[in-house]
Design a protein around this ligand. Structure first.
Ligand SMILES: C[S@@+](CC[C@H](N)C(=O)[O-])C[C@H]1O[C@@H](n2cnc3c(N)ncnc32)[C@H](O)[C@@H]1O
Length: 259
């Protein structure tokens, strides 16, 4: 395989595909296409995109495949990675910012995400705000706080796109819960009894509003009932346009407009 235009050191890569940079970039290309098309755009040319919890996948995909984008602003709690991107990417369409907000999995010593949290960027200035595999690691209070915080930065005719784990099986079978249920079905009954997974317990008791499904790795899998994922949107300043089923490269995803 040829080298990538931007190679990111293994130690600062995150996400499911962090071990396979080429596959990660290919998935980034597919997701960016889906992002544009599901919001009614041919591509991201002339659009200002804010990517919260950006990681490095989209930056690599855009640079490597020459994908069009008006401006791309990446924000993440991972300081070392943001430093790397700032020092390695000279393309003027890109801007990167570090924020120090708390996340039990990714930034346990960070500051509480609250009404007072601000990003170092202009308000009402983005056509698209996206968060891929970020709400999938947010506790309910942060889910709400993040939505309220992001609301400040969207243009009146812009959209928010984010992925979320929803506690339901889906026809396509691509969801995290589809995988969990398959694993549960495969497991011998005796193994299942010993299994400490909160998800297994919660399924026996009916679908809870929220389950931190792998408690020994807090917020590794933050799973919401469909009802709760939708009701948490109330009073955040967003109108829900759609909640969509998982596809090959993506979990459930929500599309919203400013209310
Ligand atoms: C699973 S990775 C996904 C990265 C990227 N969006 C992707 O799809 O490849 C989750 C990212 O969200 C970042 N993150 C977690 N909580 C955050 C928060 N409250 N604000 C900003 N970034 C956050 C993590 O540091 C990490 O880079």
């Amino acid at each position: 395989m040829p080298d990538l235009t931007l190679e990111v050191p293994q130690k600062i890569r995150r996400g499911r595909l962090r071990w396979d940079e080429q596959r990660s970039v290919a998935s980034g290309v597919e997701l960016l296409k889906l992002l544009a098309s599901s919001l009614g755009h041919a591509d991201l040319a002339n659009l200002r995109v804010l990517d919260i919890g950006c990681g490095c996948k989209f930056t690599q995909a855009i640079l490597d495949r020459g994908l069009p984008v008006g401006q791309y602003v990446g924000v993440d709690v991972y300081g070392e990675m943001i430093e790397f991107l700032r020092s390695s990417v000279s393309d003027e369409r890109f801007e990167f910012h570090h924020i120090n907000t708390h996340n039990e999995m990714y930034n346990p010593d960070g500051e509480e995400l609250s009404d007072a949290t601000r990003l170092p960027i202009a308000e009402n200035s983005f056509d698209i705000i996206c968060a891929f595999s970020v709400f999938t690691h947010l506790a309910p209070a942060d889910y709400v706080a993040m939505l309220k915080m992001l609301r400040r930065y969207i243009k009146p005719d812009g959209h928010l796109f984010f992925t979320v784990f929803i506690n339901e099986e889906t026809a396509g079978g691509f969801g995290r819960v589809d995988l969990f249920k398959k694993a549960m079905q495969k497991a011998e009954r005796s193994q299942l009894e010993k299994h400490k997974d909160e998800f297994v317990k919660s399924q026996r008791e009916g679908i809870p509003d929220f389950v931190d499904a792998i408690p020994e790795q807090p917020l590794r899998a933050a799973i919401y009932s469909r009802k709760h994922a939708l009701e948490l949107m109330e009073d955040t300043g967003w109108h829900i346009d759609s909640l969509n089923d998982p596809l090959m490269h993506i979990q459930h995803y929500m599309i919203c407009s400013p209310a």
